[in-house]
Design a binder for this molecule. Structure first.
Ligand code: AGP
Length: 613
């Protein structure tokens, strides 16, 4: 969950590390710190709270050097305070570490190291790593060997970056398990390391990734990669297509608002090269799927967390309806503990923006052990979920910085539709006319999304009138039932308003008791096959005095006569309707949170990539 950055080169490391951390602050904002090697010793600056406090500290007490590391923290062990902020120094202050993950055996290690004379200055598990390195350096007199021995002593999953005043020509980085990625950036006479690409994108687009169990010795001129047993590994260098500007806020107040508006572009890019309108066919070459494999599939299990799982709920409807393959959505944190029934005829499809969510990766590992075919739909290039899968659909979103996921929700909805059409085509469940119609409908999507965005001021107006509500109920049915869950999650996570989502048909079994004149009921009622059912639900809410906010199709006079407020969406083929119905709900949550003066991009207690269990 934490963000890590390192630099080694001829420039001053301090601003490079600070800027890198700024790009990673979405990964954790409980504290921030940096360490720079200057005149033969390590200087540390760190503080609790957001990065701006660290920046102020550095301005008041500047520090310069050509090698440095930094960290933004999402606290696990030890309260979010200055003393628990990374980087952490060894007893003699000759070694320094930043870390992402949990040292599961830290209590035993701490006891051992304390008995040996190590002086612990924080409550973190991380500090054990740097004391271990110091211990092994006194035996090995070699930083690489010392780091290797220290890393092998750790239990749990880790991303680690270390440096030492004894060997000022190198940074050591390692990845063990699924605690988040470690990306190495290749510059001209300078090198970078980070937990995520945006941190280094302004300096280089040439990157390689560490696999679990690998360690890198990074010098100004290049990198050597080894396994933890010391076997050399040839790193594969990739060129990232993302534009550095994509990680800037530009004219928008918040990343979330910018990312909501980027959906027209991300949806356009999602279709580019994958939809052949002349042939009426879908192409997904990176999925490595042929007719034989497609016909063998007996079941698809979609696994994901949070927003990605809501996309998976829509995916179930799409795949079952279009390709007629039994499909389940299984929350990743539950999947792996249930001895799930998957085998070699099952596809387990993971959906993840970050590609580093610990629960999702663990579910993939579990599925692999059971022999399932592994696919993923992932945004972060080179991430673990992309590499673990035998086939992957890459979301064409560019970096998503706002903690609340928006464009990385609508892109996989379209990816899942593409997948369903491809499967239907390969398995022969679609006749040509139907296939052509399904493919032709896709071309409408970016424009339909744009028309939703054009109505932002109307949504903001409703947000103004409901910004002080304490609770909200979100209802949907069929393919738009997951949109109720997604709308409620958006409101909860950034505005801290209690919001519940229900399949609308469940209201009569209990939740309708909640409805009174103080309860806004957000009812997703576009013209889809569940429309009539939704209308009767809306009538029931109105009859009990509820305030109805409807998401409805432009020109729908029935809904207009019933609802107190309406978010209009353009008429959309129903299988694609979730892409448009969610957009006003994203804007609604955004405007409520902004009107309440909350930190939209970095909501309390959350982090963008959840790399702990
Ligand atoms: C979305 O708004 C959330 N912040 C969160 O639910 C997120 O979708 C979830 O943690 C999964 O992340 P992933 O897509 O990176 O795996």
């Amino acid at each position: 969950m934490c963000g890590i950055v390192g630099y080694i080169g001829a420039k001053n490391a301090t601003p490079i590390v600070l800027n890198g951390l700024k790009r990673l602050e979405y990964r954790g904002y409980d504290s921030a710190g940096l360490a720079v090697l200057t005149n033969g010793h390590i200087e540390v600056r760190r503080d609790a709270g957001k990065l701006e406090r660290l920046a102020a500290l550095v301005e008041a007490d500047p520090v310069k050097g050509k090698i440095g590391i930094g960290h933004t923290r999402w606290a696990t062990h030890g309260e979010p305070s200055a003393r628990n902020a990374h980087p952490h120094l060894s007893t003699d202050s000759d070694f320094v570490v930043v870390h992402n993950g949990i040292v599961e055996n830290f209590l035993d290690l701490k006891e051992e190291l304390t008995a040996e004379g190590a002086v612990f200055r924080s409550d973190t598990d991380t500090e054990t790593i740097v004391h271990l390195v110091e211990r092994y350096y006194s035996l090995e007199h070699d930083m690489t060997l010392a780091a290797r021995r220290a890393l092998k002593a750790l239990k749990g999953a880790h991303g680690v970056v270390l440096m030492s005043s004894h060997e000022p020509d190198k940074i050591i980085a390692a990845r063990i398990g699924n605690a988040g990625g470690v990306v190495i950036g290749y510059g001209d006479g300078e090198m970078f390391v980070a937990s995520d690409i945006p941190a280094i994108l302004e300096h280089t687009r040439r990157v390689s990734f560490l696999e679990s169990g690998q360690m890198a010795v990074i010098r100004r001129t290049g990198v050597e990669v080894f396994t933890l047993d010391g076997q050399p590994v040839e790193p594969q260098i990739h060129t990232v297509a993302w534009d550095p500007i994509a990680a800037e806020k530009g004219e928008y107040r918040h990343f979330m608002q910018k990312e909501i508006h980027e959906q027209v572009r991300s949806l356009t890019d999602t279709l580019a090269g994958r939809v052949d309108l002349d042939e009426g066919r879908v192409r997904l070459p990176t999925l490595n799927l042929d007719e034989k494999t497609a016909r063998k599939i007996q079941k698809i299990v979609i696994t994901a967390c949070g927003t990605a799982s809501h996309a998976g709920m829509v995916g179930k409807v799409l795949i079952e309806h279009i390709a007629r393959i039994p499909t389940e959505l299984d929350i990743a944190s539950e999947f792996r503990y249930r001895d799930p029934l998957v085998d070699e005829n099952t596809v387990v499809l993971a959906i993840s923006q970050s590609g580093e969510t610990a629960d999702t990766l663990a579910a993939m590992e579990e599925a692999r052990k059971k022999g399932a075919v592994l696919w993923s739909i992932v945004n972060a290039i080179g991430s673990q979920a992309m590499r673990l899968a035998s086939g992957c659909i890459s979301m064409q979103c560019g970096p998503e910085i706002g903690v609340a996921s928006t464009k990385a929700f609508t892109a996989p909805l379209v990816d899942l539709y593409l997948l369903a059409v491809l499967l239907g085509d390969l398995r022969g469940t679609l006749d040509e006319a139907r296939r052509r119609k399904l493919v032709a409908d896709l071309a409408l999507v970016p424009d339909l999304a744009g028309r939703c965005l054009d109505r932002e001021s109307e949504v903001a107006e409703v947000a103004r009138s409901l910004k002080n509500t304490r609770d909200a109920l979100y209802l949907g049915r069929g393919i738009n039932m997951p949109i109720a869950y997604e709308g409620a999650l958006k409101l909860k996570e950034i505005s801290y308003i209690h919001a519940e989502a229900y399949p609308a048909g469940e209201m009569k079994h209990g939740p309708i008791a909640l409805v009174d004149r103080n309860m806004p009921v957000i009812s997703i009622a576009p013209l889809d096959p569940w429309y009539e059912k939704m209308i009767s639900q809306v009538e029931q809410v109105k009859a009990r005095g509820g305030v109805v906010v409807a998401v409805a199709t432009e020109g729908d006079a029935r809904v207009e006569g019933l609802a107190d407020h309406i978010f209009w969406v353009p008429e959309t083929p129903w299988l694609l309707s979730p892409v448009v119905t969610v957009i006003p709900l994203q804007m609604f949550a955004y405007h409520i949170a902004a009107l309440r003066g909350l930190d939209v991009d970095q909501p309390r207690n959350l982090a963008k990539s959840v790399t702990v269990e």
